[in-house]
Design a protein around this ligand. Structure first.
Ligand code: F6P
Length: 325
């Protein structure tokens, strides 16, 4: 196996709070262990277009507290093509980059897996997504901060919900996963969460109304996972038609959920994962995602990490139902 002396680092896909803490950790742990660190801008796009610069420890000063990513990010269509990946590989060779750290979500780590296989490039992934939908890690970088942001927003919405005695449907991100909706509902003391993982076949709106919540409470908040067809607007419309006695409003939180200074939890997670990535290279590991399970750093093969079967625990669904009576 070729000796690794220079490591490229990039962020890809949706930005997530804590990505900067991860960039800092990889850079500093890498330099401390004798590696050169090459920063790649705009995700895989930057690898294809040769937007690459060597990082010193100073380049990552004063960024641990900042949201977003100083490396910029993108969802690269070109990297999905063999020609695009070929260009990326040629730039890596030109720059003397032997290995890659990719910080991103499902799509980004899928790209890393294909690239690693195709060109025999050692790649290590760090789970960076607010969605928390990667397997093999208890949490992903950005998830905790986003949960806190949603909770703060719902706390504010509750003032209006209570004062006007309304039902609020609050739509949150998560792509195809309900972790954000389910756990922010618990954290904010909401009445219900409508999530894609609920596969009981029951109509989730009828279930919520049928629980008789409006008998004991004059206002309710329902967290709804984003969905092209049945997001918060869909449920609000249905209530207007099917239960016209209720006063309904919708709040779609959108991208404000992804911004802001990372929580302590995300900064620590990102720092541990970043140091873990360098340690993994030192151990000769490749083509894995670094995760944290039960407070231990773990190495998760890409194929396992990107499997789309991480599910919201039934216990959490049951807890919310009990806590919202
Ligand atoms: O994957 C992160 C995420 O924020 C999802 O929750 C959401 O569906 C998507 O990205 C939004 O992407 P964009 O910022 O491209 O609109």
């Amino acid at each position: 196996m070729r000796k690794i002396s220079t490591i490229g680092i990039l962020t890809s896909g949706g930005d997530a709070p804590g990505m900067n803490a991860a960039i800092r950790a990889v850079t500093r742990a890498g330099i401390a262990n004798g590696f050169r660190i090459m920063a790649v801008y705009r995700g895989y796009e930057g690898l294809i277009n040769d937007e690459i610069k060597e990082f010193t420890t100073e380049d990552v000063s004063n960024i641990i507290q900042r949201g977003g990513t100083i490396l910029k990010t993108a969802r690269s269509r070109e990297f999905e093509t063999q020609e695009g990946r070929q260009k990326a590989y040629e730039n890596m060779q030109k720059r003397g980059i032997d290995a890659l750290v990719v910080i991103g979500g499902n799509g980004s780590l899928t790209g890393a897996r294909i690239f690693a296989q195709e060109f025999d490039v050692p790649c290590i992934g760090l789970p960076g997504t607010i969605d928390n939908d990667l397997n093999g890690t208890d949490s992903t970088i950005g998830y905790d901060t986003t949960l806190n942001t949603i909770m703060e927003c719902v706390d504010k919405i509750r003032d209006t919900a209570t004062s006007h005695e309304r039902i609020f449907f609050v739509e949150v991100m998560g792509r195809d996963a309900g972790f954000l909706a389910q756990n922010s509902a618990i954290a904010a003391g909401a009445e219900a969460a409508i999530i894609p993982e609920d596969n009981t076949g029951a109509d989730q709106l009828e279930h919520f109304i049928g629980r008789g919540i409006r008998k004991s409470k004059s206002s309710s908040i329902v967290l709804v996972s984003e969905s092209p067809k049945c997001g918060a607007m869909y449920y609000a419309e249905r209530v207007r038609k099917e239960y016209p006695e209720y006063d309904v409003r919708v709040s779609i939180l959108g991208h404000l959920q992804r911004g802001g200074s990372p929580s302590a939890g995300d900064r620590i997670l990102a720092s541990r994962l970043g140091c873990g990535a360098i340690q993994a290279f030192l151990e000769g590991q490749r083509n894995i995602m670094i995760g944290i399970k039960n407070d231990e750093v773990v190495y998760v093969p890409f194929t396992n990490a990107i499997k789309s079967d991480k599910s919201v625990k039934k216990e959490l669904i049951d807890n919310l139902a009990v806590l919202s009576i």
